[in-house]
Design a binder for this molecule. Structure first.
Ligand code: GLN
Length: 493
């Protein structure tokens, strides 16, 4: 075999383009999200849409969850029709068109068009660009986790710059100018991607399990199309008649976000295209997926409960000047960027040693650490009155360390464990762990209020620590399945 490509800090050359393309895509996404709530709720005369704050918050939550759920569909399109490279390109173009819709002052219609374009485009781009990172490495390459950690840093580079640039310009000058910067960011990402994609492996160019149209049964196609049309009509009627209000939509999305991965695992385990060895691997992956759902449930509350805590229960003038509550949203990204070189080196070192920790061990550590980040907040939560901002900074720094143990490792493990016929769909499935976490979170956050903060953080934090420890206990069993699936498959027969 050829000597592995080590052109970029010991990593394959293709990683550079993927790093910057994803950084710009995330810049556009998080920039848009930083502005969206203000744009939706601001009065018409001030350039906003005048939507009520409760409805706007629900819509944004549902939109976020739908974006990650769409990744399963995007993965299917890549695996069966387009391949990763073309799917990423198409996704990027759709995302850019979505931001352009918002850049034009065209009211609520343009907002909904942009939501459909961006959710669909992100569903295509996010799993395929991540799967392309996996395509750069051979299955047993020890540089994998460290490579995914570097790629993941690109996400944070985009995420930390976005609210500062898009948010500030949008809020202080004009919303549509802000959204045009998001569109420009995605355009730069696309240029970077197209200029560098020759360094991606051949695996990214073709669908992994191409659909042969001659094999598609007419009756089946008809059934799928009918089901989609009926479902769309039902939802439209329910919303149109007011039977499904904002609260109902949130509940429906919560249910769907959990049902979707459950259904998908079932399909994957039953498919005749999944080999017995792959089936054993998928079974080993399920407990890790469940841990990821718990992790995202806590981490994604950074934008809801933690944002509220920053606003209501933190002494924002502790340092002699007024800290905007929104600044806390950037703490995680900053910590991640600063610590990534350390973690990339740590994984490289640990994974090349004979006693390397397994994926399940890293996941367990990530979940326990996320729990600790909440347990820390019990201390200020017990004291009445506003607490020092340092508690929140500390908590956000801790949860980010957990994120570094779990999220890039999850991407890497997914790319490695995915059944060949479902390669990119499995990446979409991984992203749907975030949708499920947010779906459960949408129900939990209803129980939070400033008065019971200590109990809320204490209960959720303790639950995460306990679940993390349980996973730690099962890690050796999971490792055996993931690394010696042939044996596991034989035992199951
Ligand atoms: N913060 C991450 C991102 O935007 C979360 C996505 C994930 O579930 N991996 O990419």
């Amino acid at each position: 075999s050829r000597a592995p490509d080590r052109a970029f800090f010991g990593q394959p050359r293709g990683l550079v383009g993927l790093f910057f393309a994803e950084a710009w895509e995330r810049f556009s996404y998080y920039g848009m999200r930083a502005l969206l709530l203000y744009y939706m709720t601001d009065q018409l005369l001030d350039g906003g849409l005048g939507i009520g704050s409760g409805t706007a918050k629900s819509l944004i939550a549902v939109y976020g969850s739908a974006t990650y759920m769409a990744a399963i569909l995007g993965g299917w399109i890549s695996d069966r029709l387009l391949g990763n490279r073309r799917a990423t390109l198409l996704g990027g173009v759709l995302i850019m068109c979505g931001h352009i819709c918002l850049a034009i002052p065209a009211g609520a219609g343009a907002l909904f068009a942009s939501m459909v374009l961006i959710a669909g485009g992100t569903g295509l781009l996010k799993p395929t660009i991540s799967a392309s990172v996996g395509d750069l490495y051979a299955k047993d390459d020890p540089r994998r986790d460290s490579g995914f950690s570097i790629y993941y840093m690109g996400i944070s580079v985009g995420a930390v710059a976005a609210p500062l640039v898009v948010g500030t310009i949008g809020q202080s000058y004009n919303y549509h100018l802000g959204f045009s910067l998001a569109a420009a960011g995605m355009a730069i990402g696309l240029v970077v991607y197209v200029c560098t994609w020759r360094h991606l492996g051949p695996a990214s160019s073709t669908p992994k399990n191409p659909l042969r149209f001659s094999e598609v049964r007419r009756s089946r196609l008809f059934a799928v199309v009918t089901a989609v049309v009926v479902l769309a009509a039902l939802v439209a009627t329910a919303v149109g008649t007011g039977w499904l209000d904002a609260g109902g939509i949130v509940n429906a999305v919560s249910v769907l976000a959990i049902a979707l991965p459950v259904g998908y695992f079932t399909v994957m385990l039953r498919s005749s295209r999944t080999t017995p060895v792959e089936r054993a691997r998928v079974r080993g992956y399920i407990p890790m997926f469940a841990a990821a759902v718990c992790f995202w449930c806590i981490q994604e509350q950074g934008a809801t409960v933690i944002a509220q805590y920053a606003d209501e229960s933190t002494d924002l003038t502790a340092f002699g000047f007024g800290i905007p509550a929104s600044w806390f949203q950037s703490v995680g990204s900053v910590v991640l960027i600063v610590l990534t070189p350390l973690f990339a080196a740590l994984w490289l070192r640990l994974d090349s040693s004979p006693r390397s920790p397994s994926t399940a061990h890293k996941f367990a550590a990530g979940l326990v650490i996320a729990g600790l980040s909440y347990l820390l907040l019990v201390i200020p939560g017990l004291h009445p009155g506003n607490s020092s901002p340092l508690w929140l900074v500390g908590s956000l720094a801790i949860v980010t360390i957990g994120e570094m143990c779990l999220s890039p490792i999850g991407l890497s493990a997914t790319a490695k464990l995915a059944p060949a016929a479902f390669a990119t769909q499995t990446m979409g499935l991984w992203l749907s762990s975030n949708a499920a976490g947010q779906g459960i979170g949408a129900q939990l956050v209803k129980f939070y209020d400033a008065g019971s903060a200590a109990a809320y953080f204490g209960l959720l934090g303790a639950a995460a620590v306990v679940l993390g420890l349980v996973l730690f206990g099962f890690a050796p069993v999971i490792r055996r399945r993931a690394e010696r699936p042939a044996e596991a498959a034989r035992q199951e027969l």
